[in-house]
Design a protein around this ligand. Structure first.
Ligand code: PBG
Length: 327
């Protein structure tokens, strides 16, 4: 039987398989999310995310050293404040948990690239991502607060800010505010295509940020929609976003690809807490090969078009890359 093309010819040997790989990844594109709490000497495991912790600042510094040793260059910081109120004032307190964490990290490990999540839900007593007007989140009033948070993070040493609230027009408003205060060099990574998703469940345990009433469907996107995701991404780019993110990642590979195809800025994919929890739970049961699955999930996001991958598995992926098992 004569066949010109025999696809198996390029799969016959490990060196050859590596030579013809279409997707290559390296640890420099990984971002590791971390949770910071008040106090000292704290490293509390998050029950629905085994292997992930809430760190006090002193213990976070130890973790950062490990990350650097593994070749992970950047982190995404989430804070759990000592108190919450209707306007989330701890979020823009210049002496708040994230602000102090930034100062400490930059003092000890200036090379660690610090991205901060800009949102109010961890800081508000009602758990919504903005300022309430009755039981609605008031878009334009929220922008003022988001700007205060971003500015306060920038002052404390944030390298990049990442608004995750999904208010309209927040990128333009934040860009203008940062520029006015001399922070025109600080990039904005927009959580542009962020769906209202049950995959965030474990995160809300971790950050104690579940809404006290209702849900986030009036600001986060309906997962039936793809064009709307494109609209969100294009608007944010127009408004000045330097990087656009798709979130979650696993069930939204189509969106990673679509956003990659229509935009000329880097696309980030965020593999969220629920993705982590599912893999961990099945691994603990002994039902899956955890390492292989982590590798497959990561490569899929890059293959779909992500050039930045935000994941709680960053350390495991960095090890897999180092050992030449993926990438
Ligand atoms: C804050 C925020 C959330 C996540 C990132 N930033 C929670 C939410 O929107 O409810 C989710 C991250 C994860 O699940 O890993 N708004």
């Amino acid at each position: 039987m004569r066949q010109n093309q025999r696809p198996r010819r390029l799969r016959g040997n490990m060196s050859l398989r590596q030579m013809v790989r279409e997707t290559r990844i390296d640890s420099a594109s990984l971002v590791y999310p971390v949770f910071v709490v008040e106090g000292t000497n704290k490293k509390e495991e998050i029950s629905s995310m085994p292997g992930q912790y809430r760190y006090s600042i002193d213990r976070l510094l130890e973790e950062i050293k490990d990350l650097i040793d593994l070749g992970i260059l950047s982190i995404l910081l989430f804070g759990i404040p000592k108190e919450k109120d209707a306007c989330g004032k701890e979020a823009y307190n210049d002496n708040g948990i994230i602000q102090r964490a930034l100062v400490a990290i930059k003092k000890n490990y200036p090379q660690m690239y610090c991205i901060t999540d800009i949102c109010m839900c961890e800081y508000t007593s009602h758990g919504h991502c903005g300022i309430l007007q009755g039981d609605r989140v008031d878009n334009d009033k929220t922008l003022i607060y988001l700007n205060k948070i971003a500015l306060s993070h920038a002052k404390a040493g944030a390298d990049m800010v990442a608004p995750s609230d999904m208010m309209d027009y927040r990128i333009a408003s934040m860009r203008e505010c940062l520029d006015q205060h001399g922070y025109e060099e600080i990039p904005i990574m927009s959580y542009a295509v962020k769906y209202a998703s049950s995959f965030y469940g474990p995160f809300r345990d971790a950050a104690d940020s579940a809404p006290a009433f209702g849900d986030r469907k009036s600001y986060q996107m309906d997962y039936h929609n793809a064009l709307e995701g494109e609209k969100e991404a294009l608007l944010d780019i127009e408004e000045g976003a330097d990087i656009v993110m798709v979130k979650p990642a696993l069930a939204y590979q189509d969106m990673i690809k679509r956003i990659k195809d229509i935009s000329r800025v880097p696309v980030a994919a965020y593999s969220v807490s629920g993705e982590y929890a599912m893999v961990k739970a099945a691994a603990i049961k002994g039902w899956i090969d955890e390492e292989q699955m982590i590798g497959e999930m990561a490569v899929a996001a890059y293959r779909s078009g992500a050039s930045i991958y935000i994941t709680y598995f960053a350390k495991e992926i960095a090890k897999l890359i180092k050992e030449g098992r993926i990438g």
